[in-house]
Design a protein around this ligand. Structure first.
Ligand code: HEC
Length: 115
């Protein structure tokens, strides 16, 4: 018996091809390396759900790409904050990726400290 491809199978094939071709980003950050670089960060941002104060955002459990974007924005001046510009200016791209991986890896709920 000769097999033919019906239109459903054809659509399925295109769908699989389309999904397979979607580019996705793999962050290269290493959470272990990030932990060893985070001593200073931890004094202000804490770990997990520890609240350090109204003005200091909780970053544990935040999306990795958000953290990378935020730190690079402080470096470039797109975000202007004297404290974070100072702490991010000397970080390499690898440092940023490692730190982001470390914080993103934490099981923590994000919320806005109110006191
Ligand atoms: C002296 C305290 C202090 C230290 C140390 C510090 N930060 Fe911050 N960080 C802040 C404050 C305050 C803000 C909020 C700044 C603003 O309003 O833009 C902030 C903001 C951030 C943000 C943006 C958060 C968001 O939700 O948008 C990230 C990411 C961040 N810090 C990462 C780090 C990392 C990584 C380190 C260590 C290299 C670090 N910080 C060290 C005080 C600190």
């Amino acid at each position: 018996m000769r097999k033919t491809i019906n239109s459903f199978q054809l659509i399925l094939m295109f769908a699989v091809l389309a999904i397979a071709s979607v580019p996705f980003t793999v962050w290269a950050g290493d959470p272990k390396a990030g932990e060893s670089k985070a001593a200073l960060c931890l004094t202000c941002h804490g770990k997990g759900n520890t609240v350090q104060g109204v003005g200091t955002p909780i970053i544990s459990g935040q999306y990795e790409d958000y953290l990378i974007q935020a730190m690079k924005s402080y470096q470039s001046g797109t975000r202007n904050n004297p404290i974070m510009t100072g702490f991010s200016i000397s970080l390499s791209d690898k440092d940023i990726e490692d730190l982001a991986a470390f914080y993103a890896d934490m099981d923590s709920q994000l919320f806005t400290p109110t006191e």
